[in-house]
Ligand binder design. Structure first.
Ligand code: ADP
Ligand code: MG
Length: 169
């Protein structure tokens, strides 16, 4: 995928209550504005990379890019599980991510246990991949320190929308 590494950020919005949190694997959802900007060669499936909430620390993440059942599978969704235990939810905050690599395609599982096992193995794969020097160096990318305030839109800046920041760091 020639678009990797892929940088983007956007507000964390409410998902569709699929109970990810109850499974111990909460996934922070991006709004359509971010999803619609995905390059065509970023196919659906599970990715690993780095993520940062607001101006916080940069953590490992896994992201699912998939077809959104809420929109009758006509629209993609991007859901990020940050590999870190947060004290509280961060709806409304700006989530910044870089996608670095592809783990697997989307598929359905015969049971919830199988799904959870697959996600946990994705998390292990992500952790290992992100230790590689070529991937770990992205943790310190300027992209993660260039978030100004809590808003991605800085009126005084020439970079005026979150979209234009994408891959323009
Ligand atoms: P929703 O359907 O609203 O996306 P989830 O059950 O998937 O609900 O939970 C996602 C929310 O949980 C995120 O929007 C975020 O506010 C919070 N959250 C807490 N810890 C994490 C984490 N480690 N990774 C992602 N989201 C987290
Ligand atoms: Mg979610």
């Amino acid at each position: 995928m020639k678009s990797l590494p892929y940088f983007c950020r956007g507000e964390v919005i409410r998902g569709f209550g699929r109970g990810s949190k109850e499974l111990g694997i909460p996934t922070a959802n991006f709004p359509d504005s971010v999803v619609d900007n995905l390059p065509a060669d970023i196919s659906t499936g599970i990715y690993y990379g780095w993520a940062c909430v607001g101006n916080g620390d940069v953590y490992k993440m896994v992201m699912s890019i998939g077809w959104n059942p809420y929109y009758k599978n006509t629209k993609k969704s991007m859901e990020t599980h940050v590999i870190h235990k947060f004290k509280e939810d961060f709806y409304g905050e700006i989530l910044s991510v870089v996608l670095l690599g592809y783990i697997r395609s989307e598929r359905s599982y015969p049971s919830l246990e199988d799904l959870i096992a697959a996600i946990n193995s994705d998390i292990e794969e992500a952790k290992a991949q992100l230790e590689l020097p070529e991937h770990s160096k992205l943790k310190d990318d300027n992209f993660f320190t260039s978030t100004t305030t809590s808003s991605p839109v800085s009126p005084s800046s020439t970079v005026s929308t979150s979209q234009s920041i994408i891959n323009g760091h």
